[in-house]
Design a protein around this ligand. Structure first.
Ligand code: MG
Length: 386
């Protein structure tokens, strides 16, 4: 795989997984170095604005087929009393929750909804539905377009934490981005479920919501289950559960629903995040060092081999690796001592890249001292290299 690398000095390289040390090295909480070319690349997907990404699960695309395939009424095998109407799905009063047949955990969810065009009801009885993440955490759906009695002849002055885009009964939206009844609206939601170790909560999870493209919930850490009578506190549940849509007695329509499961922030145990486990970091560093060491040839003391062995010892040091490093570096220094001015000039870019690598290795205490660094300083001074 080709990568373009622009160094701190602005030098541009094109290489195939170029070995080398280009930023802070692995440490007790990071298996990967900064700009580590050994780090796996993200999975490539197709993403076009306004369309579901290629890795999304399409839960409802306006077809009756996706309505029947992906959804059922809570506790029943079919969609039962929810209806497919003109490319939308909507509850009939008394239908109960509609839920996905598939279960999900942490996710990115896109969903579109419209409150009834005809204004009927008041307060929580006007255009009420809800997006229940994992069936337990409600992002409210409500006609809260006009809440100010002084500005509307037909307001719906509901409590702030019960308006559209509220995490219901916990936190109001940051702003009221609600559109008028009958108009289609979007929610784009990023949801992380709470993390538990037995009955001990490690993290309460979070909900982020964009309502019609506007941030209305900014990484809100949940405090309870909407489905609890008294809301608080959080309680453990299964790690994958169906998404539910609420029937609150109002004919709210839904369309264009897709979901992407995303990894838990605790799933990555080697990258310095909240789930980091130092034993996992150490094990991966040892594995990476062992794999890279297979490519090391101590009889070949060129630029690439110096970078290779620098990578090895930056992941993990054994007496064998350090001995190989000493031999390769000594060989490279011996080569430099034989080079004439023209050869040194031709190698200036690589020599200075090695100097930056040694600075990083010394800074990160991979080495206490480095003969190569001293030698390059001597040459740079003599040649007035900057
Ligand atoms: Mg609701």
């Amino acid at each position: 795989m080709k990568k373009i690398f622009i160094s701190a000095a602005g030098i541009c390289f094109s290489a195939s997984l170029m070995a080398g040390v280009y930023g802070d090295t692995a440490d007790a909480r990071h298996a990967w170095a900064v700009h580590d070319n050994n780090r796996p690349n993200p999975v490539k997907i197709t993403a076009n604005p306004g369309q579901a990404p290629s890795d999304a699960v399409i839960l409802f695309d306006g077809s009756e087929a996706t309505f029947e395939k992906n959804w059922c009424s809570a506790g029943k095998p079919s969609t039962n009393t929810w209806k497919f109407v003109d490319g939308t799905m909507m509850p009939v009063k008394g239908a109960g929750y509609l839920m996905t047949k598939q279960s999900f955990g942490d996710c990115q969810l896109h969903i579109e909804w419209a409150a009834p065009t005809e204004i009927v009801g008041y307060g929580q009885g006007r255009g009420n539905s809800g997006v229940f993440l994992m069936g337990n955490y409600e992002v409210q759906v409500l006609d809260s377009y006009e809440t100010d009695p002084s500005k509307s002849p037909n307001p719906n002055p509901v409590c702030a934490d019960g308006q559209a885009s509220a995490v219901y009964a916990e936190i109001p939206p940051l702003v009221n981005a609600c559109r008028a009844p009958g108009e289609w609206q979007t929610y784009d939601i990023v949801f992380h479920q709470p993390i538990w170790e037995g009955d001990k909560m490690i993290h309460p999870g979070s909900i982020t919501v964009f309502h019609n493209g506007v941030l209305t919930q900014d990484h809100w850490e949940m405090e309870g289950l909407t489905t609890h009578r008294f809301r608080r506190p959080l309680k453990p549940h299964a790690t994958r559960l169906p998404l539910k849509l609420q029937d609150h007695g109002n004919p709210v329509r839904f369309r264009n629903i897709w979901i992407r499961e995303i990894p838990s922030r605790y799933a990555d145990t080697v990258s310095g995040g909240p789930g980091t486990k130092e034993a996992d970091v150490l094990a991966l560093r040892q594995k990476l060092a062992a794999e890279l060491f297979k490519k090391v040839d101590t009889n070949k003391c060129d630029y690439d081999m110096v970078q290779n062995i620098f990578e090895v010892v930056s992941y993990y040091k054994t007496p064998e690796y350090l001995e190989a490093c000493k031999k390769i570096v000594s060989g490279y220094i011996a080569n430099m001592e034989k080079w004439d001015d023209a050869m040194l000039d031709s190698q200036k870019g690589k020599i200075m890249a090695l100097q930056r690598a040694t600075v990083t290795l010394l800074r990160n205490k991979v080495f206490e001292k480095c003969a190569l660094s001293e030698k390059i300083k001597e040459i740079s001074k003599k040649k007035n290299w900057k």
